[in-house]
Design a protein around this ligand. Structure first.
Ligand SMILES: [Cu+2]
Length: 172
């Protein structure tokens, strides 16, 4: 093989986990605290991180804490999802603003719900992946909270869990 061929092969191998980009969906359903809430979150591995896009309806207007929690279970008003996904054992924060050294990997901050009860969001989080890269989140859950995440310790004072959806791999 010519050296350029070898280099191309090495470059491909280095990116192999991302070449197998996966997609997951989480169907958001309201808990008994907010039965009318529904929505969908789509999560996609990209070379720059985990692309998270979502929309929901049927929620109270204002800010609502939005996190990835440890387990893909929504029983018991979302409490079966456990605590925030926190693979590095850090304190609570906002991983979008401050990164994984100063926040749980699952601390996605707040969603802004409009007066009509809807919200949409789209961002990419470096250092997270669905299944084959760093800090895999397939099989965990997304949670929408009753109140804003104020980034206080230990979990942001965001109150009960009004929406929950398990993150299920749906394509590759
Ligand atoms: Cu939470």
């Amino acid at each position: 093989m010519r050296p350029t061929t070898v280099l191309i092969a090495l470059a491909f191998l280095a990116h192999a986990p991302y070449a197998l980009a996966e997609t997951a969906k989480a169907a958001l359903r309201g808990t008994s605290l907010q039965p009318g809430l529904q929505g969908e979150v789509t999560l996609t591995d990209t070379e720059s991180g985990l692309l998270i896009q979502g929309s929901l309806s049927g929620a109270p207007a204002g800010l609502h804490g939005f996190h990835i929690h440890e387990f893909g279970l929504c029983d018991d008003n979302g409490n079966a999802a456990g605590s925030h996904f926190n693979p590095k054992g850090t304190t609570h924060g906002n991983v979008i603003a401050d990164g994984q050294e100063k926040a749980h990997a699952g601390d996605l901050g707040n969603l802004t719900v409009r007066e009509d009860g809807t919200a949409t969001w789209l961002y990419t989080l470096p250092g997270l992946s669905l299944a084959k890269g760093p800090n895999p989140i397939a099989g965990r859950a997304v949670i929408v909270h009753e109140k804003p995440d104020d980034f206080g310790q230990p979990t942001g004072n965001a109150g009960g869990r009004i929406g929950c959806g398990a993150i299920l791999v749906s394509g590759r």
